[in-house]
Design a protein around this ligand. Structure first.
Ligand code: HEM
Length: 319
């Protein structure tokens, strides 16, 4: 006879269930691969979400949670718009599955790696919440404020997934945050805040612009041309500030100068793309790249910010 506890007892006791499911007890290469897949999938969601909006497929599936009142999935009569919108919905299953798998991978290690456990749980909860927000987006006929919130939430999930990847390798690193001087921590606060302001103003610019996701969708009522400039100004300030930071760090031979230089390169590319799209009537492909690059910029900024401040440190690093 087996000496295992009955299943009902096991289910009530998460630790026992985890042992029974043979969840990993160490962070091996498989977890790293899974974490990278999760990060890439989150970026892909931004790209496909962009494709939905930029091909006017926002109401390709006119209702939610079903695609049409009669069908869960898109039908051939709905054409390419239905296919694109439903494709984006399907991706939620993939990111959700990856998020759950990552949470299970770190469950047994939740005492030693609280940082990874918090990040994995946040991503899973965020993906579930995003599925609901996506539904509300459709049910409100693509309200531009909801569409903007949906994008910002996705961007946050990209940042959290990037932080997870970064924290996986943190066990072997010195606690850079503790070693960061106060002026560097303050500079990163300014950089992160200015990035957030630029991104939010960008989202408002989009909400006023021509790419609404469907011909029938409303706009937020702001003047798109004025907003475009208001969005661009803090981005220029951001680039100058980060460039100065990189130069100061380089002159002080601080190892973070490489990170700051990478940030300047991404910011400059993003601004160049912004200027290009603004001067050329907002071509869909350029706008799509601008959306995706913004998420990579936010993720890089988040990683540098968290490292510099010394947030989310593992137990061994705090000791
Ligand atoms: C660090 C620099 C920049 C960042 C992080 C950034 C970020 C963003 C973001 C997040 C959006 C909203 C995307 C969406 O809601 O789907 C956006 C939209 C936009 N950005 Fe930028 N941006 C930057 C620089 C610029 C610059 C310099 C310009 C030049 C004028 C520009 C022009 C635009 C325009 C026109 C839109 C609206 C596109 C549309 O109507 O679909 N951006 N930006």
């Amino acid at each position: 006879m087996s000496n295992r506890p009955p299943l009902a007892t096991t289910v009530k006791n998460p630790a026992s269930l985890a042992r029974r499911l043979r969840l990993p007890t160490r962070l091996d290469r498989k977890v790293t691969v899974l974490a990278w897949c999760s990060f890439v999938a989150q970026v892909l969601v931004i790209a496909t979400g962009g494709a939905v909006r930029l091909t006017s497929s926002g109401l390709g599936c006119p209702t939610w949670p079903l695609c049409t009142p009669e069908s869960l999935v898109n039908t051939p009569e709905m054409g390419i718009h239905g296919l694109i919108e439903f494709g984006n919905r399907t991706l939620t299953g993939l990111v959700g599955g990856l998020a759950l798998a990552l949470l299970l991978c770190v469950f047994q290690l939740r005492a030693q790696r609280k940082d990874l456990y918090i990040l994995a749980s946040s991503v899973l909860v965020g993906v579930m919440a995003q599925a609901l927000v996506g539904g509300i987006t459709v049910l409100t006929g693509l309200n531009p404020f909801i569409v903007g919130f949906h994008y910002l939430a996705s961007l946050t999930l990209v940042c959290l997934s990037a932080l997870f990847v970064d924290r996986l390798g943190a066990g072997a690193r010195t606690p850079a945050g503790l070693a960061s001087p106060r002026w560097l921590k303050n500079s990163l606060w300014a950089t992160a805040s200015l990035t957030a302001v630029t991104v939010v103003l960008g989202v408002l610019t989009t909400g006023a612009g021509p790419h609404s996701g469907d011909a029938a969708a409303g706009r937020n009522g702001f003047n798109a041309v004025i907003l475009q400039h208001v969005h661009a100004w803090p981005s220029y300030l951001l680039i100058v500030m980060t460039l100065l930071l990189a130069l100061v760090l380089h002159s002080k031979k601080h190892e973070s100068w490489k990170w700051a230089a990478l940030l300047v390169a991404i910011q400059a590319m993003q601004a160049a793309l912004g200027i290009f799209q603004a001067r050329n009537g907002l071509p869909e492909l350029a706008v799509g790249f601008h959306m995706v690059l913004a998420s990579l910029l936010a993720a890089t900024t988040a990683v540098i910010f968290v490292r510099t401040q010394g947030y989310l440190m593992s137990q061994s690093q705090q000791a």
